[in-house]
Design a protein around this ligand. Structure first.
Ligand code: FES
Length: 224
């Protein structure tokens, strides 16, 4: 599972995600079921993919004023955002709510990343620009705000905080799904614990989320 960044697909004659012959990767993708997170491995994959991209940002002028992604305390329902996403391409979608603009991008190396498309400066729409920077950039045309496509960090302009991350996964058929969100600058574990603790307590326990033992009665911890 991008949450957001996926390991790049192995080289092969077909489109990304097809015919790669990588049995281990194929097995892992097959384990991602329709109702999203089901195994600890799936979860760990999410954490691994996002861990580098969620540094703490400053407190922005918009904090508390603009609607924020990732405010849900429970795991949102998984949402399909694309049948397939080729390298260098992006797709706009709404997640977790119908008013929450979001963007999924497949980077040139195959990594899959997802972000809120609401600029953290004054809420203009953030766009994917493949032609900018060394591997493309997330660009806000209102005041020349620029975000790192791989991490969501601000690299130029007035935005005060990173873009909130959206956790994505790619299924065995190549479709891309949004699974969960993080607040701007929120560490991946903290974001997932916040959303797992009630809706996926067994996963929260495996992660070691505070309070998870209380929810599961400690059974998950004893099994691991
Ligand atoms: S609204 Fe995006 S840079 Fe100002």
């Amino acid at each position: 599972m991008s949450v957001t960044e996926q390991p790049p697909p192995a080289p092969g004659p077909g489109p990304a995600g097809e015919g790669d012959g990588d049995a281990a990767a194929e097995h892992l993708r097959d384990r991602i079921s329709a109702d999203s997170l089901t195994t600890r491995r799936d979860y760990l994959r999410i954490v691994a993919t996002v861990s580098g991209g969620l540094a703490i940002g400053g407190v922005g002028v918009a904090a508390g004023i603009l609607h924020r992604h990732g405010d849900s305390e429970t795991m949102p329902e998984a949402k399909k955002v694309a049948d397939r996403l080729e390298p260098g391409r992006s797709v706009a979608f709404r997640f977790p709510g119908d008013e929450d603009r979001a963007l999924a991008v497949r980077l040139a190396d195959g990594s899959l990343v997802g972000y809120s498309a609401v600029c953290t400066h004054l809420a203009c729409a953030v766009l994917w620009r493949e032609d900018r920077g060394t591997e493309g950039e997330l660009y806000c045309p209102c005041h020349e705000g620029v975000f790192d496509a791989r991490t969501g960090e601000v690299t130029a302009g007035p935005p005060p905080r990173p873009l909130p991350r959206i956790f994505l996964t790619e299924r065995s058929d190549g479709s891309v799904w949004a699974l969960a969100t993080a607040r701007s600058g929120e560490p991946a574990k903290e974001a997932l614990c916040r959303q797992f603790i009630d809706s996926r307590p067994e996963m929260a326990a495996q992660l070691g989320c505070p309070g998870a033992d209380r929810v599961t009665g400690g059974s998950e911890k004893r099994r691991t």
